[in-house]
Design a protein around this ligand. Sequence first.
Ligand code: AMP
Length: 279
Amino acid sequence: MHIVRTRTELRELVTRWHAGGDTIGVVPTMGSLHDGHLALVRALDGKATRRIVSVFVNPIQFNNAEDFSLYPRGLEADAALLEQTGRVDVLYAPGEGEMYPPGFSTRVLVQGLDKVLCGADRPGHFDGVATVVTKLLLQTGADIAAFGEKDYQQLGIIHRLVADLNLPVTILPVPTVRDADGLALSSRNRRLSPAARQQAAILPATLKTCLAAMKAGQTVAASLEQCRTTLRQAGFDVHYLELRHEDTLLPATQAGPGTRLFVAASLDGIRLIDNMPVT
Ligand code: AMP
């Protein structure tokens, strides 16, 4: 596995690969890798002959400087983990100046989907995500790129931008990987204290309870309110807990096919997100 730091070196490699008939698969990440990221790498099996994992903590998607500075980082451990998979050709880890040279002033805005849920909660976040993902897809010459359903809203935004900008890439959605207690794996989980980490399992458990209540015939509004209360009583600061349509992300008043629960809640100031479909 090569570690590549510059766009020029990456461009030489991908040009050579494409000329040789390779299919390039890409997994964009912010590092601090865990098994959720590795599931994205494995999802490319049989779909790409070359695989690139990018690690870049993207400053322009953080609307909070402290959150950016505290975001976990560890390139050596990331490289070791990727090496162990035996599946990755390149770890692309550009520096900030490589990604955003002086004078950088362009943004990719995916209007509509970017204003609800996490977009309302973190203004500008999805502009930063859409911009960096567009750049990474162009830089890597990706034929296929894997993204996790854990960030379901992000996935919808990426589908939209790829369609709208006619980017020649297939987007591969990958189901959420969870710990044994149900908590969705996330780099941010590393910032939880042992006690908070234990408490965090209440988040997915509450989503399941909420889905079960709706299935049992309780109204959507009452089920959501009950589960918001459960989370608050367990010490969470609930940013949102909502039932939305998967395609438009508009509020849903009936739990049925194509609807999904979305939650963002903080524990000890660490922001956690999750989502589960109505089945
Ligand atoms: P991040 O490094 O958190 O920006 O995530 C990079 C990619 O990994 C995104 O497409 C995420 O949706 C995906 N991802 C993160 N956590 C998980 C998980 N637990 N299961 C599946 N995919 C994940």
